[in-house]
Design a protein around this ligand. Structure first.
Ligand SMILES: C[S@@+](CC[C@H](N)C(=O)[O-])C[C@H]1O[C@@H](n2cnc3c(N)ncnc32)[C@H](O)[C@@H]1O
Length: 125
């Protein structure tokens, strides 16, 4: 069955992942598959829960909510898929998410937009 790590097709201009990369057991493997499926000038749009890179940056009302849900939902979902995987959780933050996308092979990664609840990353081949 097709899933995020083996969906068919190549040459896509845009592939988007909404609020799910951090839930995956193998986010690097999925992002690497996305990179292979994109057109040479394609874009991987990654929408993730908003978080900072440090604990201090996440001590706020939204961060507290995300930490609770991440501990009870996101991380168990990821660890069930891959017990040795990174289990990013809902507070990975832009630096960790960028590192995952670079590890997958994307060369250009930036935070393109943010709101109180989400980060939107743009990853290019
Ligand atoms: C926080 S929800 C976001 C759902 C939806 N994209 C949205 O924005 O409303 C995370 C989703 O990732 C899905 N998911 C987690 N691991 C997955 C996997 N290995 N393959 C496909 N979907 C997965 C879960 O089933 C869940 O629907």
């Amino acid at each position: 069955m097709a899933g995020p790590a083996n969906f068919p097709g190549t040459g896509w201009d845009l592939i988007a992942c909404f609020d799910a990369l951090h839930d995956l057991g193998d986010p690097v493997g999925v992002a690497a598959h996305v990179l292979r499926a994109l057109a040479p000038d394609g874009t991987f749009m990654v929408v993730e829960p908003r978080a900072g890179d440090s604990l201090e940056q996440n001590i706020n009302p939204v961060g507290r909510l995300y930490l609770a849900s991440s501990t009870m939902i996101c991380m168990p979902v990821a660890l069930d898929q891959a017990p040795e995987g990174p289990a990013l959780g809902a507070q990975a933050g832009p630096a960790r998410l960028t590192a995952v996308l670079h590890e997958a092979g994307f060369s250009r990664v930036r935070v393109a937009a943010e709101s109180p609840f989400n980060l939107v990353l743009e990853a290019r081949p």
